[in-house]
Design a protein around this ligand. Sequence first.
Ligand SMILES: Cc1cc2nc3c(=O)[nH]c(=O)nc-3n(C[C@H](O)[C@H](O)[C@H](O)COP(=O)(O)OP(=O)(O)OC[C@H]3O[C@@H](n4cnc5c(N)ncnc54)[C@H](O)[C@@H]3O)c2cc1C
Length: 384
Amino acid sequence: MAYSVLVVGGGLIGLSTAIGLREQGHQVTLIERAAAPSYTDQPELRVSALAQHSRQLLQHLQVWGQLPRERLGPYTGMEVWDHDSFGRIEFNAAEVNADDLGAIVENRVVETKLWERAQAVGVHLHPETAITELHQTETQVQVKTATGQSYQADYLIAADGVQSQIRQKVQAPLTFWDYEQRGMVAVIECEQPHGAVARQVFLPSGPVALLPLGNPNQVSLVWSCDEDQVGTYEALDDQAFANQLMRVSDSCLGTVKVVSKRASFPLRMHYAQRWLHDRVILIGDAAHSIHPLAGQGANLGFADVTAILKVFAEGEVTHRQLRQWERERKAAAVIMITAMEGFKRGFGTANPVAKVLRGLGLHAADRITPIKRMLTQVALGSSS
Ligand SMILES: Cc1cc2nc3c(=O)[nH]c(=O)nc-3n(C[C@H](O)[C@H](O)[C@H](O)COP(=O)(O)OP(=O)(O)OC[C@H]3O[C@@H](n4cnc5c(N)ncnc54)[C@H](O)[C@@H]3O)c2cc1C
């Protein structure tokens, strides 16, 4: 059965949903507040570490093969260590018979290729369009835009990100946690090649991730930092910032240099208590957002997409199926949020006893093969 579906939000999650639904034969309209995505020769600041299942979805949507190889950073190793103790763990794709552990992608590059694919498969794309009103009846959902245009559909899928306006319009109650942190991001050039290894060092204030980009001497920095310290770092010039980065990352890549502008994003955890509001479905960051320390936000969103596409592939969509989708995906998000919270609390303390314990824990995990294999599977994102 073919439905009409309105997707609000043209980020990674909204665009993938729209393409998948269109390929199933549904009539799909996508509304995006910003202009159509594009990218330049310079590496973008916002990146995601994509797990295998996310890449499989992008392959299925015929987008993965369109991504320029030089803008992909597949990584075969991961190194995680504690700045304040002897704890260290290393993961390797070969240990789990995988080709790699994931791939770093630049969000804008993927969004641009998704947009092109959406256009090619016949999604009706409306960039630079703002929604002002939302109404639902038992059988239809209707939105009005700032320019007076109105759109009607059987379902509306809200993929409009962390600050989802649709979530606010349906008054979805939110479970919310402000980490009082910001993620500082920048592209960093390093003296030593990254060797296709994703590195993460835990400081008491949060993790610092150095994610390998397509260029063997460039990494993408995601430095989670308490809000009250961010101002101090932001006030530094690039050279002084690079010196601080070398200090906190134990100069693991030799001398480093900032080669992009620097930016920061607020880090918040939230999940909507209900993702299904009659004919409105919340998905991706609109439904959940988690700390980026394990790089799983987009992966969780892609897993939502894969699961919702299964529901729409099954002929008639029933409220029961959608509730089942909501239950399963919410459970996966809550498990991930709880795990991230545990990590953050475990590392986010300068207590000397905790320091010794986490050092011992990482040390032991690195040496006990089954535990390490299990952690590597988590790193691969098999639990999203
Ligand atoms: C610092 C940082 C690092 C991260 N690192 C990783 C990582 O390594 N791996 C990972 O998996 N995840 C990571 N994440 C999370 C990941 O970026 C998000 O989970 C993912 O981008 C969410 O995609 P989305 O499409 O749901 O939302 P978004 O990417 O936010 O897209 C929402 C879209 O909706 C549009 N929009 C918003 N409001 C409206 C409206 N009212 N009408 C129409 N359109 C609207 C926006 O313009 C945007 O295009 C990170 C996040 C941060 C902050």
